[in-house]
Design a protein around this ligand. Structure first.
Ligand SMILES: O=C(O)/C=C/C(=O)CC(=O)CC(=O)O
Ligand SMILES: [Ca+2]
Ligand SMILES: [Mg+2]
Length: 400
């Protein structure tokens, strides 16, 4: 039994212990761990206990902690478990518990590089049908490598940041010429983001087996996308301004160690992948997202059906010798399940805008100014324990 009172069905039970950066009033931002509806002020607890490396918890980002690598991550998890499970720690910890309602959550880490994959077969099939109705939905490379592109790290923003509707060039196939103006097909993409802690060496690929030596944990990602800008600009070099204006992430980073309880085997890959992508310990995670538009649930995408494992994504992005750095973020790509109410973007939910949804009595295809999107996620452990990832939210402001 933990000595801390935790509301029933809390996403942040005593096995989860995700880390984030919080601020109270005008005090310095620092590292906290979520437990129930409270935050443990780790900077104060660690310094009072003279913990080795305590100063990383007084930093305004998780980067210093992340850079310390898997042995420190593991030891820290052991320490956190001890703090919440051992009632002897109560006197040391209780004075440093702060209600989550009294803190502001900030960006959890400074994003170094940002890569976005395309690892859901269902999403890739849906987008293929919508964008390329006259050809096979999956392009010939799709089952041979996790397709991805390099995104824009500097516009990855904290949950709660308002999103200004992007403007740019738009040209529908029937238009004679492009026009400039606000996106009329502003969309979301529901994704899982993987946070790199320890760097790799330039010139040395990271093997699928070394995934856990480099990746610390996960966040929920909303990769906002302007479909009209994207459709016109992205041939042949890939997404550019249609995706680079903003990507929102959730504040709490759930460790892979906590998530391990919800690991499930990866589905069969046919045709077989090349040896550098093969492994016998490849996993997925049993995570379910929930997408709310203006408070109404519109979709529940399942992560466990993703075609590519995150270990394969990392192996592929580094197989040419490209190195990863502390703070790198790579995202899974949009998560879509088979059912209509499991689609992870509005272009799929409204089938290209042709089949509007009804949300709070109003018809919706793409996002309107003032709309607020919140994506929550939770993993389910084999024994039924809930491991919450928290949520990411953002509201659309009119174009400038
Ligand atoms: O297939 C296409 O033409 C377009 C695909 C996407 O927009 C998907 C993307 O950016 C990656 C993802 O989130 O899955
Ligand atoms: Ca994306
Ligand atoms: Mg983006």
């Amino acid at each position: 039994m933990t000595w801390i009172e935790i509301p029933a069905n809390s996403p942040f039970g005593p096995e989860n212990l995700p880390l984030g950066i919080f601020r109270v009033g005008d005090e310095e931002p620092r590292v906290g761990a979520a437990i129930g509806d409270q935050v443990i002020d780790l900077a104060l607890v660690a310094s009072a206990q003279m913990l080795d490396g305590a100063q990383v918890f007084a930093e305004p980002t998780l980067n210093a902690f992340l850079a310390r690598g898997p042995r420190t991550w593991h030891a820290t998890r052991g320490w956190l478990l001890q703090l919440v499970w051992n009632s002897n720690e109560r006197d040391a910890v209780e004075p440093h518990l702060i209600p989550q309602s009294a803190v502001t959550m900030l960006m959890p880490f400074e994003v170094a590089d940002y890569v976005d994959f395309y690892a859901s077969e269902r999403h890739a099939t849906n987008l293929g049908r919508l964008f390329r109705p006259d050809s096979a939905p999956l392009l010939p490379n799709w089952k041979h490598l996790p397709v991805g592109y390099h995104g824009r790290a500097g516009t990855v923003v904290a949950s709660g940041t308002d999103i200004v509707r992007p403007s740019g060039q738009r040209k529908a196939p029937a238009d004679d010429a492009p026009t400039y103006g606000p996106s009329q097909r502003l969309d979301i993409e529901v994704e899982l983001g993987f946070v790199v802690g320890s760097p790799s060496k330039l010139g040395k690929p990271v093997s699928v087996d070394d995934f856990r030596d480099h990746v610390y944990g996960v966040v929920v990602v909303n990769d906002w996308s302007a479909r009209d800008l994207q459709a016109w600009e992205y041939v042949p070099l890939g997404p550019f301004l249609g995706k680079s204006f903003a990507t929102s992430i959730s504040p709490w980073v759930v460790s892979l160690e906590a998530l391990e309880a919800a690991a499930v085997p990866l589905g069969k890959q046919e045709p077989p992948v090349l040896p550098y992508l093969a492994g016998d310990r490849l996993t997925n995670y049993d995570i379910t997202f929930e997408v709310y538009l203006n408070g109404q649930l519109v979709s529940s995408p399942p992560y466990k059906e993703m075609y590519w494992s995150p270990a394969q994504m990392l192996a592929h992005l580094s197989v040419n010798g490209a190195s990863v750095r502390t703070g790198d973020l790579f995202a899974s790509g949009t998560v879509s399940g088979v059912r209509k109410d499991q689609r992870g973007s509005f272009i799929e939910l409204s089938w290209g805008g042709r089949e509007p949804l009804t949300v709070n009595g109003e018809e919706r295809t793409f996002l309107q100014d003032g709309d607020e999107v919140t994506i929550t996620a939770h993993a389910t452990a084999a024994d039924g324990t809930l491991i919450g990832l928290g949520s990411v939210t953002g509201r659309i402001l009119p174009a400038i």
